[in-house]
Design a protein around this ligand. Structure first.
Ligand SMILES: [Zn+2]
Length: 279
């Protein structure tokens, strides 16, 4: 063994001594701060390179290491979640739409909680939701909360809409297959505002392409739409029919009724302003 290596091994075998440390009744070196041993004997009186003991972690060192490891793990988790949100949302503003910020006014929200709590089953059984109903009833908020909650668990989610998808497919026409493959690679795909895109032949073909690819990937899809279930069950023509058929096969319909939250919020602001002006 070369001297350099021997020194390195000896360093590992000898506990670093601080001025306040002391030798305990058992002959081991004790930490002067936490008064627990900084050394331990080898088992069964064994020796190694002439030493009967090796360094050990005293309590305060262990606490410090655990604290540091926890901090590093939390930072790593936060970085991962941030990266997922950066890449998963078309609109960065919605990364704050979370269960924690929920007003509790939307009765369907318990289905969002249910979905997240049973994600492993939803993923395995390929179960999605079709959130349908009037404008402003909280469908997008519902979908965003699911996306955010899963991302918090480090599960990649892509939330987009067909206006953005069609635009991307048109822009990157050459890499169309890779683009669709990427959409299908996410464990959960959420398509907001489904059915708002106008039905040109090209557009409908691409929409079908994406929905069908997702269907064949055997991964779940959540879609929100202002269309009624009736409209989707009895579409105007064959190109729409094959899209809606696929969608209804993949997604469990969840009906959103009730008040228009956006109108209610606007009304509240109006009343608040009125009161302020009366003062
Ligand atoms: Zn200590």
């Amino acid at each position: 063994m070369s001297n350099g290596l021997e020194d390195a091994v000896m360093d590992m075998l000898v506990a670093a001594q601080e001025p306040e440390d002391y030798i305990g009744e058992d002959g081991l070196l004790y930490c002067g701060k936490c008064r627990t041993p900084k050394e331990a004997y080898f088992a069964d009186g064994q020796n190694f390179m002439g030493r009967d003991r090796h360094p050990a972690e005293c309590d305060c060192r262990r606490k410090e290491r655990l604290r540091r490891e926890k901090e590093e793990a939390e930072q790593k988790h936060a970085d991962t979640v941030e990266r997922l949100k950066q890449s998963g949302f078309t609109d960065p503003a919605i990364k704050d739409w979370t269960f924690a910020n929920d007003s509790g006014k939307c009765p369907q929200m318990e289905k969002a909680h249910f979905y997240v709590e049973h994600w492993e089953t939803m993923r395995a059984e390929n179960i999605g939701y079709l959130l349908w109903g009037n404008v402003g009833t909280g469908k997008s908020y519902f979908a965003d909360c699911v996306a955010n909650a899963l991302m918090e668990r480090e599960i990649p989610v892509c939330m987009t809409n067909f206006a953005a998808v069609l635009n991307d497919l048109f822009t990157y026409a050459a890499g169309r297959n890779e683009y669709i493959a990427r959409l299908c690679s996410y464990p959960l795909l959420i398509i907001d505002d489904f059915g708002m895109e106008r039905g040109t032949e090209y557009g409908l073909e691409q929409v079908y392409n994406v929905i069908d690819s997702r269907y064949r990937s055997k991964k779940p899809l959540i879609a929100t739409t202002n269309l009624t279930l009736e409209q989707m069950r009895h579409p105007e023509d064959a190109p729409h029919a094959r899209i809606y058929d696929r969608l209804l096969e993949m997604c469990v319909p969840v009906c959103f009724t009730g008040g228009d939250f956006r109108k209610a919020a606007a009304q509240q602001k109006m009343e608040c302003l009125k009161k302020l002006m009366e003062q």
